[in-house]
Design a protein around this ligand. Structure first.
Ligand SMILES: Nc1ncnc2c1ncn2[C@@H]1O[C@H](COP(=O)(O)OP(=O)(O)O)[C@@H](O)[C@H]1O
Ligand SMILES: [Mg+2]
Ligand SMILES: [Zn+2]
Length: 398
């Protein structure tokens, strides 16, 4: 049997399986119930958050025979039945009522003319033909203009769904003729749940923290998360961990800069210990980590300090429990003011590093300078009080 990648195998087949985009799916389902379906839609948002998936489910629902013939089912369930002939055609990829058009590679005026020609013909079976135009922002202005007329007077059977990661690049003339849906980044918790569900279905044992690591790396994209999971599964099998996926294994595979490395930095600052800081810098350089990446993680790390300092809890810190405890413990090592100073400095450094040649050397210097920032700021503002632990408020871990 051929191996199917997870992202395809687990593509949701109905609205209710699409995670974290209820604001979109609910509105579409309502319009189906009321029989008020528009002709133009824009689905915008990051890659891998469900735009194509939602467009396909929508197309399937529009042509589902059960939805068309059974008003009670339409009102109560409002999902493609998955069993009628049309739904089966969709599921097997043979339906003629859906066309996917990749604007990144077909973006000439001629391509659009061919599409327009195609749009004129109604469906042989079913009610609607749905055209999904992916990466629509890649169309040239001339191509957009060629399309405008079709969008102004669409044939009754034609529905256009424009998907884009860059909403601002779509001309207002097109955007104003469409209903717009903004797909959200998928929250870490939802990604983690979905990955867990997939692992269960695949009979793969996995540590919850390992999935969280994958989810964090994916930064809100479900497809990225699933691709990483594919990679991790292959890696774990190869390394004969009996297929089980561990936090450490994932960390190794992703060459992940660990939270420990981040705490090493803040520890070195708190201890005012340049030797320790140089060790950290060397560690990053020796292991071939990306310096920019490291600085970005460091900013996120400091952000977690600020969150804990301001909330008095780690409710908004997406980390395993042991790490959360550590944030609670260390939050008192600096004042929020100092943390902000460090953040400002790091953001500036990130920008500057982009134009530097002596990259590694500058990186090392920047880390060393963090110690000074705290030192100078603390002697200028409230001598000594800053580096030493603040009086601790009672903090809770959730
Ligand atoms: N909101 C979501 N809920 C569940 N799975 C999703 C979601 N978004 C993406 N996926 C998974 O990622 C894959 C790619 O999603 P897709 O809809 O093609 O993303 P895009 O937004 O780039 O069009 C899907 O096959 C599915 O497995
Ligand atoms: Mg897509
Ligand atoms: Zn059906």
């Amino acid at each position: 049997m051929s191996y199917q990648v997870i992202a395809r195998k687990y593509r949701p087949a109905k609205f209710s399986d699409i995670t974290a985009q209820e604001h979109v799916t609910r509105t579409i389902q309502n319009s189906l119930r009321m029989g008020r379906v528009g002709h133009g839609y824009i689905f915008s948002g990051l890659r891998g958050v469900g735009k194509t998936t939602a467009a396909r489910v929508f197309a399937k629902a529009l042509n589902c025979q059960k939805l068309m013939e059974d008003p009670e089912y339409l009102q109560r369930v409002t999902e493609p039945c998955g069993e009628c002939e049309s739904c089966r055609d969709f599921d097997s990829g043979t339906s003629l009522n859906i066309s996917e058009f990749d604007a990144a590679s077909n973006n000439s005026v001629d391509d659009i003319r061919a599409l327009r020609e195609n749009v004129r013909y109604g469906p042989q079976k079913g009610k609607y033909r749905v055209y999904i135009i992916d990466e629509v922002h890649m169309l040239s202005i001339a191509a957009f203009n060629a399309f405008l007329k079709t969008l102004e007077e669409p044939p009754p059977h034609a529905i256009f769904i424009f998907a884009t990661t860059e909403l601002h690049k779509i001309p207002a003339t097109i955007a104003s003729r469409c209903q717009r849906f903004n797909f959200k980044r998928i929250p870490l918790e939802d990604i983690q749940k979905q990955l867990q569900w997939i692992c269960d279905a695949e009979h793969i044992t996995v540590e919850g923290d390992a999935l969280q690591l994958i989810g964090r790396k994916a930064q809100g994209s479900m497809r990225d998360a699933q691709s990483i999971l594919d990679q991790v599964i292959a890696f774990s099998a190869e390394n004969d961990h009996e297929g089980a996926i561990s936090y450490q294994g994932v960390g190794e595979l992703l060459n992940y800069i660990d939270d420990d490395n981040m705490f090493d930095v803040t520890d070195a600052v708190a201890a005012q210990n340049p030797a320790k800081m140089l060790d950290v810098a060397q560690f990053v350089i020796r292991n071939g980590y990306d310096e920019q990446d490291f600085l970005e993680k460091l900013v996120e790390h400091l952000r977690n300090f600020l969150v804990v300092q301001n909330l008095g809890s780690t409710r908004l810190v997406e980390r395993p429990d042991a790490i959360r405890e550590r944030y609670l413990r260390d939050a008192g090592n600096f004042t929020p003011f100092l943390v902000m100073q460090m953040v400002d400095f790091l953001l500036l450094t990130q920008k500057e590093l982009k134009f530097q040649f002596e990259y590694q050397f500058r990186f090392e210097l920047a880390l060393l300078k963090l110690i000074d920032i705290v030192h100078i700021a603390s002697s200028a503002v409230t001598p000594a009080a800053v580096v030493q632990p603040q009086k601790k408020k009672p903090l809770t871990s959730h």
